[in-house]
Design a protein around this ligand. Structure first.
Ligand SMILES: Cc1cc2nc3c(=O)[nH]c(=O)nc-3n(C[C@H](O)[C@H](O)[C@H](O)COP(=O)(O)OP(=O)(O)OC[C@H]3O[C@@H](n4cnc5c(N)ncnc54)[C@H](O)[C@@H]3O)c2cc1C
Length: 650
């Protein structure tokens, strides 16, 4: 069995962003889609409420943009927001064409998966209302929109001759190489690189694979599972964010973790109680006093943006000692509840709660990452040939707090924008490679390598023009911890971890730490404690890694306080587990450090010690880790088992 696969486009992630891209790319391209686990294990599958778009005659894109900007609390990127929301109508129409059985405005029409749904028009759709939206704007398929959407797209993708889906294939690192073979080409001394595939762990056959491609689309979802109470499935631990950062991409606004106000607060359940319940009239009550507390907090009451409702519930919980508040819809007709929310109704009934008569215990849960890999509305990242879409990406649409149901829309719009842009990139890349091949005589190559010659400029210009990295305004840089900045006070961990690192134990403890110290409200003290604890875990991992791996000279020495990942890519399950944990710890450091350096409260980021808004809204930026890329990549090149082919396959 070969360890090398070649494909035109590699898509990392089989959620809505990944499949929207795959199905929208030209059929002439050979596409490989990876999923870390089974196909249904992705946030997209679990989405309930729906997809927001201004579909109603009385609504407009301008109003949708306005509501999004209000929720985003001054941090939305205006151009991308307008572009993405402006394409909402076409995105929902495209989903209709894929056969998504959206609920129609006459609720008597029953949902099933008959091909008739392919002829649904956006004007046929029932629209629901959710928090922060000024009107009914959310198209849905019952209360299980994600499942219906993903079922329809999976059928299409699995029957498409040009798409290969590989479940249980986990991307570990992105492969990048110089855009032009002569390594002297650079912009401002930094080499122009492009992404050309990924190193992958095949969990079915327990082996490493190299997948070579002409372009890569990161669609690997969010990072909610770094937290204890989280709505996302366990594949969502921020792999894509870390891979992109290592490959040379900027990250933005990682501190803006959105907490959904109403996760089911029953044992360890991760089940979500959709925002649409409040949209249709659900009310929040203090279980002890029966007070409808949101009335005192915001004029929009239960329909205030998520950050406001989540914080209000968290405040109630911190004083009531119960761990939950009540969400009540029992004043609505039972038939309406059963018809509109069949999945939630049945799930709760199985747990002994009849929501037509009983209140539902709810508490906030980590739900969505508003930050991520910096991209534009076409999904372009900082590395040529590397696109990103969906929750892994930061387009600036969500600002400091995502407006409900805008993320499914973003997955489809940006995924389809990538599909429109990517073929042009491939043509330019081919032209560049052809030109390079033509001119690759010893004499010309020598000239090309010398600045100020015509040959140098021709090829160089082509390499520069091939890709425009996203531009950002009003930014602040996050300074990551390093040994030179050891001003943080010492924090003694509850438990010392020695050479035998208990990976499961640290993973669980990390979730608890982030939930406690990096939750709905934060303070410098909590964040410092978190950084210290994470550092201690990193040190124990470094120690353990040294024992596990051969200590060959190619293993770089790392500073334990700098976010680190295991540069020796794993080949066994135990190495993989350490690699994953090291990566999660590194990402946790970046999230906490971003929160630590935002000295204000805005949207989903609330600092007890800085409760006010700063005058100027600034986007937090983490600069890429170029050294990590080079170390990892050179390791792969050195490895004789995975030689890099001389020519690109386009
Ligand atoms: C319970 C719940 C309800 C929600 N409800 C709504 C809603 O009603 N409306 C709305 O707009 N948004 C909703 N959201 C948010 C929305 O569902 C997600 O933001 C969106 O679906 C993310 O899509 P995605 O394609 O980016 O990622 P996902 O759908 O999470 O897919 C990620 C994919 O990447 C793969 N992957 C991850 N890491 C790797 C790796 N290293 N290698 C290979 N593959 C990898 C995974 O296996 C998976 O296939 C909800 C989220 C949750 C959790």
């Amino acid at each position: 069995m070969s360890n090398i696969i070649k494909t035109d486009v590699l898509i990392i992630g089989a959620g809505l962003a990944g499949l929207s891209t795959a199905l929208s790319l030209p059929k002439s391209l050979n596409i490989t889609v990876l999923s870390k686990a089974a196909l249904e294990v992705c946030s997209s599958h679990y989405a309930q409420g729906g997809i927001a778009a201004s579909l109603d005659k009385a609504d407009s894109v301008t109003e949708h943009v306005a509501d999004t900007l209000i929720a985003g609390a001054g941090l939305c990127a205006m151009d991308n927001t307008a572009r993405i929301l402006g394409a909402g109508h076409q995105a929902v129409q495209w989903l209709c064409e894929q056969g998504v059985p959206f609920t129609q405005s006459t609720l008597t029409k029953k949902i099933d998966n008959t091909p008739d749904f392919a002829v649904l028009k956006t004007s046929d759709l029932h629209l629901t209302k959710e928090g922060g939206h000024g009107c009914r704007r959310v198209a849905h398929a019952d209360d299980a929109t994600g499942r219906h959407v993903m079922d329809a797209l999976n059928i299409k993708a699995q029957t498409a001759a040009n798409i290969t889906i590989l479940p249980y294939h986990e991307a570990l690192e992105l492969l990048t190489s110089p855009m032009i073979s002569s390594s002297s080409f650079s912009i401002n001394d930094s080499e122009i690189r492009h992404c050309r595939g990924a190193l992958v762990f095949d969990h079915i056959n327990e082996r490493q694979l190299i997948i070579h491609s002409s372009a890569v689309v990161l669609a690997s979802g969010g990072l909610g599972q770094l937290f204890k109470r989280a709505s996302a499935p366990n594949v969502c631990v921020g792999d894509g964010v870390m891979m992109a950062w290592q490959a040379g991409c900027r990250l933005a606004n990682l501190e803006f973790i959105q907490f959904h106000p109403t996760g089911l607060a029953l044992d360890d359940s991760s089940f979500l109680i959709s925002e649409a319940l409040r949209g249709e009239g659900g009310r929040l009550y203090c279980p002890q006093t029966g007070a409808r507390f949101m009335l005192d907090i915001d004029e929009r009451a239960e329909l205030a943006p998520r950050d406001i409702v989540a914080r209000a519930i968290a405040n109630q919980i911190s004083s009531n000692g119960l761990g939950y508040v009540h969400l009540d819809v029992s004043h609505l007709p039972a038939a309406f509840i059963q018809a509109h929310f069949p999945q939630i109704y049945q799930t709760l009934l199985a747990l002994g709660i009849d929501m037509t008569t009983d209140p539902i215990p709810v508490a906030p849960t980590a739900h969505y990452s508003c930050g991520g890999v910096v991209t534009d509305a076409n999904g372009l990242t900082d590395i040529a040939g590397l696109y990103a879409a969906g929750e892994v990406a930061y387009t600036g649409l969500h600002g400091a707090n995502r407006l409900a149901s805008n993320s499914l829309l973003e997955c489809v719009v940006v995924g389809r924008n990538i599909a429109a842009n990517l073929p042009h990139y491939l043509i330019k890349l081919e032209r560049l490679k052809n030109l390079e091949a033509l001119e690759k005589t010893a004499e010309v190559l020598e000239k090309m390598a010398q600045p100020h010659t015509t040959a140098y400029y021709g090829l160089h210009q082509l390499a520069v023009d091939i890709w425009q990295s996203p531009t950002l305004e009003n930014t602040q840089f996050v300074i990551l911890p390093s040994s030179k900045q050891s001003s943080l006070p010492t924090y003694k961990a509850d438990k010392a971890f020695h050479s035998n690192v208990d990976i499961v134990e640290i993973t669980i403890a990390l979730k608890a730490l982030l939930t406690a110290n990096m939750g709905i409200t934060r303070s410098a003290k909590q964040l410092e404690q978190a950084l210290r604890q994470i550092e201690q875990w990193q040190e124990s991992i470094e120690h353990n890694k040294t024992m596990l791996s051969d200590t060959s000279s190619r293993t770089p020495t790392t500073n334990s306080r700098t976010p680190t990942t295991n540069s020796r890519t794993p080949t066994t399950n135990s190495e993989l587990a350490i690699f994953q944990l090291a990566r999660q710890l590194a990402l946790a450091t970046m999230i906490v450090q971003s929160a630590y350096q935002r000295f204000e409260s805005r949207g989903g980021h609330y600092r007890e010690d800085y409760p006010n808004l700063a005058e100027t809204p600034l986007t937090s930026i983490i600069l890429p880790s170029r050294n990590a890329t080079l170390n990892s990549f050179s390791h792969i090149i050195e490895d004789e088992r995975y030689p890099i082919p001389v020519t690109d396959h386009i």
